[in-house]
Each structure stands twice: as C-alpha cells, then as structure tokens.
Design a protein around this ligand. Structure first.
Ligand SMILES: [Zn+2]
Ligand SMILES: [Zn+2]
Length: 146
C-alpha cells in the first residue's frame, strides 16, 4: 500500500509531466484523492474542498477527475442510480467491499488469484483490458447498529 504523501507527489508529477495546470484547487483535490480510503464521490470531494476554495465548482472537480481518468491515474466505479466513486490511491482494477447500508467502499486486503485474468483471456479469446469485482455486505459499524 502506497502512503498518501508518496501517491500525492506521484499524481502531481504525472500532471506536471503532461503540462496540466496545477491550480491550488487541483493540488488540494490530488491531496484528498491520495489520502482517501473511502472511495469518495465527486460531490463528496467537492464538499471537502469548497470551504477552503469557495470558487471551486463541482464541474472543476469532475474536470480534474476526467483528466486523471484519461491518464489511468484514478479508478472510477460507476453505479446505476448512484454517484460514481473514485479510487485515486490504487488506479488498477482490484476487488472492492461495499456496505449496502452506509455506502462505504473499502479495498479488502485480498488480491485476485494469480493467473485468473490470463485464464479468462485464454479461455475466451478476449484481450482483457480490465475487470471489476464487488463484494456487498454490512460493514462492522452498520452490523453493530442493527
Ligand atoms: Zn456501513
Ligand atoms: Zn479501491
């Protein structure tokens, strides 16, 4: 697991490499993304930086997320009827744990069996470009409050 500071510096360096503008808002957003474990939505990210940067809009947040997505530096989890959620810590496909009550999303400390992706590719003839595995349940906090 990469520590937030290292990941933050990595994101800054990648944007700089591509000559993207690094506004203070954008820096704050990168810092948040690098430190967030809960897979925030764009509006949650916006809520967290708008006090510090009152001129920021939700559109600004989406724009930065789009740039990062294009570069493969943020993983977007889409949900029908719900806000998309973002993982800026680990942009590569990995399993997720989703709480059906509080909507918290975590990365479980497991990885897919080695060779699974290759096996799917081999047996189907597909060139695999990504995968998604979501586990649904009640997180310990929500389970205790029932
Ligand atoms: Zn929960
Ligand atoms: Zn994740």
């Amino acid at each position: 697991m990469v520590d937030p500071q290292t990941r933050f510096e990595e994101l800054v360096a990648k944007l700089r490499e591509r000559e993207h503008r690094l506004t203070p808002q954008r820096i704050a957003l990168l810092r948040l993304l690098a430190a967030s474990d809960g897979h925030p939505s764009a509006s949650q990210l916006y809520e967290q930086i708008k006090d510090q940067f009152p001129t920021t809009s939700l559109a600004t947040v989406y724009k930065t997320l789009d740039v990062l997505k294009e570069m493969g530096e943020v993983l977007e989890l889409g949900f029908s009827g719900d806000d998309n959620r973002y993982d800026g810590k680990n942009p590569y496909p990995h399993p997720h744990l989703i709480c059906v009550r509080c909507q918290k999303i975590l990365d479980p400390a497991v990885s897919l069996p080695q060779g699974l992706v290759q096996e799917v590719a081999r047996s189907s003839g597909y060139q695999i470009v990504g995968h998604r595995l979501d586990f649904y349940g009640l997180c310990p906090d929500c389970r205790d409050s029932t």
